[in-house]
Design a protein around this ligand. Structure first.
Ligand code: PRP
Ligand code: URA
Length: 206
């Protein structure tokens, strides 16, 4: 399933991020806010369990979350989505995948991996703002599947049609969430219109 969020608040904040004059402080703040808004919807179908509690007024049969949530940002730019989601899910655990795109081949190169032990049983949200060729997202999901993850969702900000096609063909069992689906990739693998290099814009590098 591919979900493209069509929400005025998300689109407005993304417009600020896309604008080339936006500096890294405003870029990061808007990314935090979009991540929280997206998390609210991404978590709509989380499993719940029945619990019995006491309120100040008496007994109450209600529900609570029945799963660990594990955020797995793809370094570096995926880190930009962590704080906004953690604001809504403060008990989430965090694993890390270090990948960068080789600038010539556009192939992802792995340089780091570390995961909480609950990875196989929890709901795993793999995070990366950009889904361009899809190579990094495909490799990241391969990595968590290889370690036993079964319930995986891929959360991105901006996707290219090429990346969506590649990702959904390779991982048809993984729900994909996007704030926007853009027009195309250019000849150096950047999303157009996109927002430029997400990592550089978040961290003020280059
Ligand atoms: C960017 C982005 C994705 C990847 C997307 O990372 O954050 O991880 O490119 O491209 P793809 O879909 O074609 O794989 P980059 O390699 O620039 O690393 P960075 O996050 O460290 O800047
Ligand atoms: N990575 C980015 O940061 N931006 C793009 O447009 C494509 C890949």
């Amino acid at each position: 399933m591919v979900t493209v969020f069509d929400h005025p608040l998300i689109t407005h904040k993304l417009t600020i991020m896309r604008t080339k004059e936006t500096g890294h402080k405003d870029f990061r703040e808007n990314l935090d806010e979009i991540a929280s808004l997206m998390a609210y919807e991404v978590c709509r179908d989380l499993p719940m369990k029945d619990v019995h509690i006491e309120t100040p007024m008496g007994p109450c049969d209600t529900k609570e979350l029945d799963t660990e949530i594990i955020l797995v940002p793809i370094l570096r730019a995926g880190m930009g989505l962590v704080n906004g989601i953690m604001d809504l899910i403060p008990t989430a655990k965090v694993g890390f995948i270090g990948l960068y795109r080789d600038e010539k081949t556009l192939e992802p190169v792995e340089y780091f991996a570390k995961f909480p032990k609950e990875l196989p049983d929890g709901i795993v949200l793999v995070l990366d703002p950009m889904l361009a060729t899809g190579g990094s997202a495909i490799a990241a999901v391969d990595m968590v599947k290889k370690r036993g993850a079964k319930n995986i969702k891929m959360v991105c900000l901006v996707g290219a049609p090429e990346g969506v096609k590649a990702f959904t063909e390779k991982h048809p069992d993984v729900d994909l969430y996007l704030a926007a689906l853009d027009d195309h990739l250019n000849d150096i693998g950047y999303i157009v219109p996109g927002l430029g290099d997400a990592g550089d814009r978040i961290y003020g590098t280059k």
